[in-house]
Design a protein around this ligand. Structure first.
Ligand code: OGA
Ligand code: MN
Length: 294
């Protein structure tokens, strides 16, 4: 299907590709108003096929976002429980809005390439991010197809990586990216205790599509276990440089009401911190629990 071509699937939803490697816009669906039960299989298939799906102009309440997310699977809670919505603890706030001088949501969330909760034994399946307020410019989110990046590696490289595992650790992000950030409190001892390091394969197989994917990221991957420290550093750096090339990326420019759903099993993403922090960027988010990477 050429880029930019709108197709109506036999099941009724309109799908338009947004970039070469991943990303598609779904239109003709008002998730707040329509009964979309019969369209759900097509929506889910688009999520698997395109890895990131975009539905613009939605106006979902937190409850409606929860209902949609639950069709994908069981919801999971984030380590940072203080940013869960008071009225709806299944919804996390990604926000720079402050109340009494303190951010009400996770501020500086994901300003480095990562796959959500890759530091947990069972990382996230799908993430659902719905924008309510956006700055006048900037604050995009970039997504990278880790399956396409894997496919373009040579066979000897694929075979080499296929035998390796890596340590993922949430505190890696705090030791590096968040280390000098104001307003981003360090993890408490209690929070740290909830996120001991975990081991995952460097190459994982998507449980539903069967596609192989590179599953390391600079946010949470500390090292490749079977290599020496210096080899690990260099192999990780090679992978990051290879994977985050422009041809594997879709960059989402947010509009108010956008709902973006991404598959963490086959993609990485990062927030672009180029907006004016005196302007509000306020999003609500749900996430669905995935399985143990194989
Ligand atoms: C997230 C995340 C990026 C953004 O919600 O998991 O990484 O652009 N957000 O807000
Ligand atoms: Mn994220």
């Amino acid at each position: 299907m050429p880029e930019g071509t709108m197709i109506t699937t036999p099941s009724g939803i309109d799908v338009k590709r947004l970039a070469g490697a991943l990303g598609a816009e779904i239109s003709g669906l008002d998730l707040a108003e329509d009964n979309y039960d019969n369209l759900f299989p097509a929506l889910y298939q688009a999520f698997l096929d395109h890895q990131v799906i975009v539905l613009r102009g939605q106006n979902l309440t937190p409850d409606q976002l929860v209902d949609l997310s639950k069709k994908f699977g069981d919801l999971e809670a984030h380590v940072l429980t203080q940013f869960n919505m008071e009225e709806n603890p299944e919804v996390l706030l990604i926000s720079n809005v402050k109340k009494a001088g303190k951010p009400i949501g996770a501020i500086y969330a994901g300003q480095y390439w990562h796959s959500d909760l890759s530091y947990m034994p069972r990382p996230t399946q799908g993430s659902f991010l719905h924008s309510k307020e956006i700055p006048s410019y900037g604050g995009d989110t970039m997504f990278c197809s880790m399956t396409q990046a894997y496919d373009d590696l040579s066979e000897p490289m694929q075979a080499f990586l296929g035998g390796l595992t890596a340590t993922h650790d949430y505190t890696n992000a705090y030791d590096t990216f968040f280390a000098h950030m104001p307003d981003r409190p360090p993890l408490t001892a209690e929070e740290r205790a909830k996120v001991p390091p975990v081991t995952h394969p460097v190459i994982r197989t998507h449980p539903e599509t069967g596609k192989k994917t590179v599953y390391v990221n600079p946010g949470f991957t500390r090292r490749i276990n079977e290599l020496s420290f210096s080899e690990s550093r260099r192999v990780l750096d090679f992978l990051f440089e290879h994977c985050y090339q422009p041809q594997y990326i879709y960059r989402h420019m947010w509009g108010v009401g956008d709902l973006v759903i991404w598959d963490n099993r086959s993609t990485c993403h990062r927030a672009v911190a180029d907006y004016d922090m005196t302007e509000n960027r306020h999003m609500i988010r749900c996430s669905v629990a995935g399985d143990v990477p194989q």
